[in-house]
Design a protein around this ligand. Structure first.
Ligand code: ATP
Ligand code: MG
Length: 437
């Protein structure tokens, strides 16, 4: 007999079906046992007798008949709530050991360390699965949005020979008889590739030796990177980013209704345009609103980011806000300074619901100026040889941005910690399991 997916059972009243899946929960009512069976398509209630040997999370095959439920027993919360399966036979295909905690609850009420220590098990929970279905949709929509605009996807290397973007947060690796590093960003490769394909994007892992334990930093994260040429202005980058963000939101809204509902999540609000402010303007607003004088700072601190998001929502009806014109010297060597005031650069962060979601901007493309900046930033030409080779032979005016997939997922769903938005989060104290075990 062919397998039936659980989602199909609603249309098969009075028919016999063969289901394969996991035992989500078991409830014994005297002689009768109720099993909620789960497969990739959903969940269904099955009823039978003599099922004492079945344990939660075991993988089973159930053959049974679909029967309609009486009106008063219909469960409108699930798609299969109008039917149940009368079990004729149940075969255990893979028996689950006794569970360390109850997996059958609506919420997995576990603290974060336990949630992560038992990752292979906790990911089976419906709400945990939902996080990563949303993340998959975000990444898929990112790809679709850019493919529609003629971008080419590329794969960036993770092993690199030098760290031109700053050394403190980099992982060193032993590379045969040499020293190498794990890439913090595909920035230089994507810029180089603009000289080849004009428009490129990538979905790749980035590595940061973030020395602090915060709710927004992982040591390995997923970066959604975009770079494109022939831009007329830094605002072209904002327009492209806004297009990508709107595309992602609309796909998630369309395709992840159930997942969003599990978290009572609503997509971040965007007004007609994402508001855009210069750093200086933002600092003035923060000073006016809070009395904290941050007007001489070169960057926004986390509390400033939160304040600007509050301002944006209250004043502009937008959960997202762009902040531009950060101090040139605080940014990597490839930023393009604003000719009107070169101490500030055409660099832009996107803030969403209190946290930075992305950084980007317009880059240098003039070879001589790049050489000058390298010198001023105290970097060696030999550390960026391939990148320089590209610009020596001509690259159009370019810009782009990098969005953190985990941060986006976290703030769309309202999760408290970015670790919850990473399947297998790595941080100072954890690579899969706690390092100090
Ligand atoms: P922050 O200031 O919040 O530490 P950043 O400015 O160092 O971030 P960028 O180098 O601008 O980060 O990276 C681009 C994007 O990649 C960030 O906006 C963020 O969404 C994501 N990202 C960067 N580092 C991390 C990390 N350690 N963990 C999770 N996401 C990250
Ligand atoms: Mg940044």
């Amino acid at each position: 007999m062919e397998r039936n997916l659980i989602a199909e059972t609603v249309d098969k009243v009075d028919e016999e079906v063969r289901l394969l899946g996991w035992v989500n929960t078991i409830r014994d009512h005297g002689k009768i046992t109720f099993i909620d069976l789960r497969d990739r398509s959903g969940m269904v209630q099955c009823v039978g007798t003599n099922l004492e040997h079945v344990s939660p999370e075991s993988v089973v095959e159930i053959i049974g008949t679909v029967s309609g439920r009486p009106e008063n027993l219909v469960n409108s919360k699930i798609k299969t709530g109008s039917i149940e399966i009368q079990i004729k036979s149940l075969k255990v295909l893979s028996k689950a050991a006794e569970l360390p905690f109850d997996m059958g609850t609506e919420d997995l009420n576990l603290d974060l360390p336990t949630l992560l220590d038992y990752r292979a098990l906790t990911l089976r929970h419906k709400k945990q699965q939902a996080i990563f279905k949303v993340q998959a949709e975000i990444i898929n929509a990112f790809r679709q949005a850019l493919l529609k605009r003629d971008f080419v996807e590329f794969q960036a290397p993770s092993i690199i020979s030098s760290v031109p973007e700053g050394g403190a947060e980099v992982f060193k690796v032993k590379y045969f008889d040499h020293e190498a590093y794990l890439s913090q960003s595909p920035q230089l490769y994507k810029s180089l590739l603009v000289g080849i394909f004009e428009r490129v994007f990538s979905v790749n892992q980035i590595f940061r030796a973030e020395p602090s334990v915060t709710t927004r930093h992982l040591t390995e994260a997923t970066s959604l990177d975009v770079e494109f040429g022939f831009i007329e202005s830094w605002t072209d980058v904002l327009e492209m980013e806004e297009y990508v963000i709107r595309y992602i939101f609309s796909e998630v809204e369309k395709n992840c209704r159930e997942e969003l509902d599990l978290f009572n999540a609503t997509l971040p609000k965007i007004s007609d345009n994402i508001p855009t402010l210069k750093l200086k303007e933002a600092q003035e607003i923060i000073f006016q609103r809070t009395g904290r004088d941050v007007r001489q700072e070169k960057d926004l601190a986390p509390e400033d980011e939160r304040e600007m998001c509050k301002w944006s929502l209250e004043e502009k009806g937008s959960d997202l806000v762009f902040i531009s014109h950060f101090a040139t010297k605080k940014k990597p060597f490839y930023v393009l300074p604003d000719p009107e005031d070169p101490t500030y650069a055409f660099s832009v962060d996107l803030l969403g619901r209190g946290v930075e979601w992305s950084s980007g901007g317009q880059r240098l493309n003039d070879y001589e100026t790049i050489l000058k900046h390298l010198d001023e930033w105290g970097l060696k030409q030999k550390d960026v040889e391939l990148y320089l080779q590209s610009f020596k032979y001509g690259v159009p005016p370019l810009g782009g941005f990098a969005l953190g997939a985990e941060r986006m997922t976290m703030h769309i769903l309202g999760l408290k910690n970015v670790r919850e938005a990473s399947l297998f989060p790595r941080d100072m104290e954890r690579i899969d399991l706690r390092l100090s075990r």
